[in-house]
Design a protein around this ligand. Sequence first.
Ligand code: ADP
Ligand code: ZN
Ligand code: ZN
Length: 813
Amino acid sequence: MPLLADVAVPVPLSQAFTYEVPAALAGEVRPGARVLCEFHRRKLLGVVLAVSERSAAIDPSKIKPLAALVDARPALPAELLSFLQELAAYYFAPIGEVLRLALPAIEREQVRALKAQGELGGVLDLGRAKQVGGRKVAYASATDAVEEPGTLRGQAAAVLALLRANGEQPVARLEERYGNARSALKKLAERGLVALDEREPPRDPFFRLPEERDVPPELNPAQAEAAARIDAALAALSTPGRAAPSAPGGAEARGAAPREPRPAGPSAFLLFGVTGSGKTEVYLRAIKSCLDRGRGALVMVPEIALTPQLVARFRARFGDELAVLHSGLSDADRHAMWASLHGGKVRVAIGARSALFAPVPDLGLILVDEEHDGSFKQEEGVRYHARDMALLRAHRAGAVCVLGSATPSIESVALVRRGKLVELRLPERAHREASLPEVTLVDLRRFGAGPSGDPLISLPLHRALERTLAAKEQAILFLNRRGFAPSVVCGSCGNLTTCSACSVALTYHRGRRRDARPQAPAGAPAPGPAAPLDERPQGGLLRCHYCDYAGPLPERCGSCGSRTLLLEGLGTERLEATIAASFPEARVARLDRDVAGKDRSQAILARMREGKIDILVGTQMVTKGHDLPNVTLVGVVNADAALGLPDFRAAERGFQLLVQVAGRAGRRDRPGRVLIQTRNPEHPAIAFAAAHDVPGFLDREIRDREEVGYPPATRLALIRIDAVDEGVGRGAAARLAAHARTCPDGLARRVEVLGPSAAPIARLRGRYRFRVLLRARERGPLRGTLAALTGLMRDGIDRNARVIIDVDPVAML
Ligand code: ADP
Ligand code: ZN
Ligand code: ZN
C-alpha cells in the first residue's frame, strides 16, 4: 500500500488533499511539516495533516507525489496542529487559511536548500510566506573607498548613493527597493566600495534594557486563595513531555490529538477582580508554578495592554524566559521569538490575539487578561475569538486556563453558572490605602454648559477639574470619538456630509498643530458646540473612520449649495482644544489613534506618569490597564455615546468601558473621583457602573439576554454578504436565507433565520452589505444549517457576492 499524506493547501476550501510520499521522504514527512506540492499545475506550500499507509480512496493514478519537504522538523507541533484543525471546523474556516495563522516564516536556509533541489521553479506561494534568515541579518554599508568616476551604473550606483546618504542598511530593505540589490552589492563589495556584515538584528525594543528582578510581594488573602486554586489545578495536570513522537500510521500521524488524561479537578477559571486588585500578581504566581512543574505558559492580553509597563513586570519576574509577540515586531524578530519557543529555549509567551498560536512547549497554562476585551475577536479573514479558542486549546492540551477581568464578559459569567469555569474573586484593591473611587452622575438634562460654553463640559465637571488642578493632581477625560467634530451638517437644509464609499458620516479632523490652543485673543468666547464654517480653523480634513477616505472640507453643501456648513458635536481634538482654552494654566495632552503611533502613546503615558501632564484627554486608549498613581479625577464626557448602537452587546460594552475608565482613578492613597455625564442616568449600564455593582449588572444583563433570546441564552451565526452591486448582494442574501429556512433544522424551527436584511452600516468601502442571522438554542442544529449553507456558497451563489460565515459574531454593525 502506498504511503499517503493528507495536505492542507492555502486555498479557500475546507478539505485536505491526498499526495503520495515518495520513498526518499518516507519517515521524514510528518504531520505539521510544510511541503511543496503540485496543485492545478502550480506548486503550493502545504502543511501535512496526517500520513498513513493505506489504499487511496481515489484513482491512484491521479495521486501526485509530494514535490519536496520544507521543514525537517515539523513547524507545527502535534498539539497545535490538532487545535488548529478543530478551530477550522468550529468556524467553518478553510483549513489552509487557519494553518497560516500559526505558520512561521520560512528561513532562508530552507529556501536555499529547496533551490538546490531545483524545486522552486513555478512555486506560487512561497513569496507570501515571509522569508527570514534565522537569527542573522545581513547589513551593507559604504566604505571610505572612492570609485573611479563613471565606472558605476544603474542599480549599483543607486545602492551606493543610498548607503552613502543613509548609512548602514539591512540588505533585505535594499532588496525591497532594488530588484538587483544582491548582485549590485556583490559587485560593490568586490570593488571594496561596500562592506557586508551578518549579525544578530537588534532585539525587540521590549528587551533593550535589562530589567531588574523584582521581589514578589506577599499576597493578600484573596490573591493567595486564587493562586492556590490555580496551583492545585496545575498540580493535577499530568506530567509533560508525553506527546509521543509521531510515527507514520500511528494515531497521531492521522492528526488525532494526543489526548492527555483529563486532570481530576477544575482546570478553567474566571479570575474576577476589581480594577487594581492585583490580578497580574496572581498571573505571575500561576506562571511560576507552571514553570516549576516543567510546563510552558501562554499569556494573552489586548493589544493595547501590551505596554512596556506590563512587559516589564513579566520580565522582572521571568527575565529572558519570555517571548513577547506583538504587531510591531520585524519579521526577523518575530521569527526569532517563534523559534525560541518552538525549540523549547523559552517557555513563556506573552502577546495579543495572535499569540494564541504560539508554539509554547508543553503547554500547561493559558492566561487571558481583560478577557472581556473586544480585540480578542478577529474581524477579518478567519473570524476566531481568541478567548473562546484559548479555552479550547487549553482543554485539548490538558492545560489550565485562566480568564481574568474586572468586568467579565457575559459569556464567561454564563460559563461559570453552567459549571464550566470556576470563579475566583479578588474583591478589593491590592494597595491597602486604595479604595474604589466615588462616582457621581451628572445629568446633562439638568446641568448646562460650564464656563467653557460647551454643553459637554458641564459646570460640575469644570469645577472638579479646577479642584484637581488646585490639588496638583491629575485628571483623565474620556470621550469615545476621535477628531474635532463628528459630523458636518448644512445649516440651511440639514444635509449630513457622508462618505461616498460608506454610509457613514465624515468626521472633521483639524489635524496636528504645534499649539493646541485656539489662536483667539484672551477673553474671547471659546467656540460653541456648532461653529459655523467661517470660524473654523483653516486646514484640516474630512475623514471616514471606516475606509481610508480623507478630503478637504467642501465649500458648499452638496445638497443645496449653501455655504453655512456647521461642525457639529465634540470629538477628542476639540475637547483638547476647549479644555486647553478653559484651563490656560494646565498642561493638556491627548491620547487617541490620531496622535499615537506605538511609541508616541508610550511617550504620552510616560509623561503622564512623570506628572508632566495635568489633564489627559482621550478615547478608549486611556481606559485600559494603566496604573497612574496620581490620577484622582476621571471624567466620562458622554456616557450615552456607546449605549445607543444597534448591537445586543451595547449595554455590556458601555458598562465595561465605564467601569474600566473609572478604575483609573484613585489607585493609591489619594481617593479618586469619577464624574459620568449622561442624559440617561437610569440606564442600567450607567446606574450599575456608578454603584460599582458589577455582579448586579451581570445578573440583570443575563436575564435581559434570556428574555430577548440573545447569547449566552442562544447561539448565533451571522452570514455576512457584500457586493459592489446592491442587487447582487441582496439576491445572494435572499438565496442564503431561503436555503437556511428550507434545510431540515430550519424547517423544524430548531434554527431561527432572521433576515435577509441590510447591515446597520449598509455600505462600506463601496460594497453593499447584507446579512442573515441564524439563531438557535443548541449548537448542533446551527452547525447543521451552516454546513448546508457552505454547500450553497460553493456552487450556488453569484461569484460577485462575497459571503462570510461569522460564528459567535461580535461586531454587529
Ligand atoms: P489589576 O491587574 O487587578 O488591575 P494590578 O496587578 O495592576 O491590578 O495591581 C495593582 C497594584 O497593586 C499594582 O501596583 C501592584 O504592584 C500592586 N499589588 C498587587 N498585589 C499586591 C500585593 N499583594 N501587595 C502589595 N501590592 C500589590
Ligand atoms: Zn444644504
Ligand atoms: Zn468611507
